[in-house]
Design a protein around this ligand. Sequence first.
Ligand code: NAD
Length: 501
Amino acid sequence: MTIDISLDTVPHWIGGAAVASVEGPRAEIHDPATGRVIGTVVLGGADAVDEAVVSARNAAAAWADTPGPVRASVLHRFRVLLHEQIDDLASIITAEQGKTLADARGELARSIEAVDVSLSVVQQLKGEYAEQVANGVDTYSFRQPLGVCAGITPFNFPVMVPVSMFAAAIACGNAFVLKPSEQVPSASVRLAQIMSQAGLPDGVLNVVHGGVEAAEALIDHPDVAAVSFVGSTPVARAIYRRSAEAGKKVQALGGAKNHLVVMPDADLDAAADALVSAAYGAAGQRCMAVTVAVAVGSAADALVDKIADRARAFRVGDGAASGIDMGPLISAGALDRVRAALERSVEQGGRLIVDGRDRPAAGDGYFIGPSLVDRVSVESDLYRDEVFGPVLSVVRADDLEQALQIVNDNPYGNGAIIFTGSGTAARRFSRGVLAGSVGINVPIPVPISWFGFGGWGDSRFGDDGLNYDGYRFYTRSKVVTQRWTEPTPGLAPHFVAAGRQ
Ligand code: NAD
C-alpha cells in the first residue's frame, strides 16, 4: 500500500501505520510555485508525541538485540527502494519545497549516500580489546545504542536531513521518532513507509508532525535519550539548552553565513560560476549556500561584473518545469523577509547591482530573482543576518589576512571557501579559518558522507555532526574489564618458530 500524497491530510506514522485523528489542529501545506493550498498536515501535541515515543520504546529493545548485519540488511533494502523511487520522491520534494526537480534528485543522491554510510557505521560499534592488562585480566570496549532517539528537521532538505539522522540511528540499533518541518511533511511519511517495505519492524521509525509544541514534547519526553536538530540558530540554541538541561545527548545544527574568498590569482570565471550556483541555487535556501563573496584586491570589480551577468541570466520559475535554475522561496513570509532585507541593505549603504525584486512575479508563487549587493558593510543587517534567500553580498578586502579576519569575525562557522591559484594561500586559509567544512576551488564544500558534517561557532551546538559522526552520537561506549579466576593453563600466547606465522 502506498500513501497517496494527494490525500487532503498528511498523517503521522506510528507503530508501522498511518495515523490521523479526525479531530485536532491542522496546518496548510502550500505549493510555493503557485501559493495554492495543496493539502493539510495534522499537528500533533503531547499526546501524539507520547504515542510515537511509546511505540518506539516498545520496539527499541528487540531492535537493539537484532544482530548488526541483519539491521544493515534492512537499510540495504531501504537503499534499493529509495533508488527505485527517486523520481517519485523528487516530485514530492519539489511540490512542497519548491526546489527544481534536478536539485531534488541531487538531494536524493546525497540521501542514498547517507544510507551507504549507515551500512558501514554498524562495524564502528565493534570497539577495542586489550588482553592481559593484569594477571588473568582483559579489557575490551564496544558501543551500544541509546534507546529512543528523536530528530527535528528543517524545511529545506525534506529527505536528506531526516535520512542522515535516522539511517545512522537505526543502523546503530536505536528506535527513532522524527518530527519533520510542518511546511514539507509528506516526504517523511513516504520514507517511513519505504523503511517498512524494506522490513523494518513496526515502531522502530515513527513520524509525528507538528510545530513547536510537538518538538518540545519530544525533547521533554522522559523516554527520549537523544535529540538531533537541524534548523535555524536561535532554535538550535534553545533546543540544545532544553535537551542538555534534561540530561539528554544533543546535537543541534544551526544557520550560517558562508563566505567565499576570491583571491586576485583565482580563475575569476570559475569563481563567478561557483558563486552564482552556491548563492542562488535552491533559491539560496541551503545551509551551505554562499551568502558573502569576499573579493580580495584587484579581483573585485571584474568579479562583480561577472557575477552580475550570470545572475541576470539565471532562470527563475516553477521547479517542476524544465530549464529552470531556481524555484520559489518556501513561503510568503520568506518572500517578505528577503524583500525587506534588500530594502534595508540599500538604506545601510549597500549598492544593489542586481535587484531580484525586478523579476516579474509568476502568478501567486513566492518568487524572487537573484540579487547582488556590492560594498556591503560588515556592520549592516544584510551582512549579519541569515537572510536564507537568493541574495549575495560582496565585501572587499585588501589581502588574504584581512579576508580571513572578516570570515573569522563572523559568529557562524558552517562553511568557508577560497578560490585561488596559490597552494600557499589555500593552505593558510584552510588551516586558519574557523569553519567546519572548508572548500578550495569548489562552490559548496559539503563533504561526502564518509566524513562527519557540521559547522563551528553559532552553526552547531554539541560535539558530533551528521553522517559518519552518527555512530558516535547514536551510541555510547562501554568498557568491560574481566577476570576469570579459574586456573587457565596454556592461555599465554604460543610462539612458533620463524617461518610459520
Ligand atoms: P526552523 O529553525 O524554523 O525550524 C526547524 C525545525 O524546528 C522545524 O521542524 C520546526 O517545526 C521546529 N521549530 C521551529 N521553532 C521551534 C522552537 N521554538 N522550538 C522547537 N522546535 C521548533 O528552520 P527552518 O526554517 O525549517 O530551516 C531553515 C534553517 O535551517 C536555516 O537557518 C538553515 O541554515 C538551517 N539549516 C541548517 C543546516 C545545517 O546543517 N547546519 C542544514 C539545513 C538547514
